[in-house]
Design a protein around this ligand. Structure first.
Ligand code: BTN
Length: 280
């Protein structure tokens, strides 16, 4: 294990990879003095570990990165699989007190996408996609979990980002990888681009809510003006056309019953095949 906290002054090398832990901490401490960066060679899941620590009373702001997860988790109870050196897998844990939590996962996606490349698209509510002549591929996923401890609400924001070519067996959406857009980029470089700006975005969300992020989401929205199906996970499926997000991050879907605002993170929204993305 390697960590960079108040009394340390080095990058965090682990398993031969050199991580920009000190630079990230230096960029964040002026606004979050007790922020630390920690790199582990292996853990079950960075989200699971930060929640374990929070239950044990450790709730200081931390970015925990794992070079390998053995039980990575995705949304809706799915697994998240990644191989050492092929992906970037980390979680940001901190106490947070926004007036309204709606849209946090979208704000996280916007921050990560904007830090990396103008061509990265967002798929409501938690995914970063590539969408071009080669088709649509999932580049990254976000898993946000919260827990209350008395008055305090602790949030864990997990990000899994494909860096190098990935196999796609069994995946509903084929994978894309960052090197398609940034040839030669590696996981430490990707982390250096996203980490401090992500902390900044989360704190901006805490202060201002989702409204300042709305236009930025809509500019990258991969579902916009497309036919979609909305599944509630209980067998219920609704079809409609997607029309961007509201100032609280709800997805607007025009259905036979009129305009609906989709808010639940338990629903899954998929573009319907057969219509090309007009902006691709
Ligand atoms: C999804 O697309 O379903 C979300 C995937 C989130 C994966 C990341 S990897 C780091 C963090 N730890 C986990 O176990 N999951 C998140």
């Amino acid at each position: 294990m390697s960590s960079v906290g108040p009394s340390q002054d080095a990058n965090a090398p682990s398993g031969g990879i050199s991580w920009p832990a000190q630079a990230i901490r230096a960029a964040v401490v002026s606004s979050l003095p007790d922020f630390t960066v920690e790199v582990l060679p292996e853990i079950d899941s960075t989200n699971t570990e930060l929640m374990r620590r929070a239950r044990a009373g450790q709730m200081a702001p931390v970015l925990l990165l794992a070079e390998q997860q053995t039980a990575g988790r995705g949304r809706l109870g799915r697994d998240w699989q990644s191989q050492r050196g092929e992906s970037l897998t980390f979680s940001l844990g901190l106490p947070l007190a926004p007036a309204d939590w709606s849209g946090l996962s979208l704000a996280v996606g916007i921050s990560v996408a904007e830090s990396l490349h103008p061509d990265i698209r967002l798929k409501w509510p938690n995914d970063l996609w590539l969408s071009d002549a080669r088709g649509e591929r999932k580049l990254a996923g976000i898993l946000i979990e919260t827990a209350s401890f008395g008055e305090l609400r602790y949030v864990v924001i997990g990000v899994g980002l494909n860096i190098r070519p990935q196999g796609g067996a069994g995946l509903a959406t084929p994978p894309g990888w960052l090197q398609e857009l940034l040839p030669g980029v590696d996981a430490p470089q990707a982390l250096a681009r996203v980490a401090a700006l992500l902390v900044q975005a989360v704190r901006a969300f805490e202060a201002l809510g989702f409204a300042p992020f709305q236009a930025r989401f809509n500019a990258r929205d991969v579902l916009r003006d497309r036919e979609v199906s909305v599944s509630d996970g209980q067998g219920g499926v609704t079809r409609g056309s997607a029309h961007g997000v509201t100032d609280t991050g709800a997805l607007l879907v025009h259905t036979k019953a009129g305009m609906q605002q989709i808010t639940s993170s338990e629903v899954s929204v998929r573009p319907l095949p057969g219509r090309a993305d007009p902006s691709a």
